[in-house]
Design a protein. Sequence first.
Length: 214
Amino acid sequence: MAKYQYYFFDLDGTLIDSERGITNSVKYVLEKYHMKEYDMGTLRKFIGPPLGESFQKYFGFAAEETGELIACYREYYSAGGMYEAEVYGGIEALLKGLKAEGKILAVATSKPEYFARKILERFGLAKYFDCIAGATMDGARSSKSDVLAYALAQCKAEEKARAVMIGDREQDVFGARKNGLESIGVLFGFGSRAELEAAGAEYIVNTPEEIRKI
């Protein structure tokens, strides 16, 4: 039953509920650009995918504007917005249990690695991970597939059949498939069952405890 040895976790919507910090950071940007027409449903869609893509997709910004938009976002986020979050119930117990079994744990997030490390340290989760992999600040590494490829190399996870990606959005599933991994979709984050099923997740769970059962 111990199929997996390497576990790659998404951060936002999988380990932590980061809705407040991310949506407040996006609102900060929109207010700077005098954009008042938005709803929380749209702001929540920024949780997970690369920021630049979301600003273009949901608010019609041009690709060449994304650098300035992301810099503005980080003004609020780095000043404290990154800590406007909380760890999902059951996550620390899951990580602790997997480590006790000798599993290799890693984070693979589209969030800049610099921020991911600070967040995981603040919430006491960094100690469970053998590798924390994220996007680069300059955007050279930003897609989930690229981040996951980097994480796999850092963990020296050559047996891909023994590795799994765990996340709440379709980007996690697509990134896993592109790297030859299976995936577990979680429903306690920001994606939906329909999204995860359409993306092709091998498993879909409602709670962190169900991940242990898999």
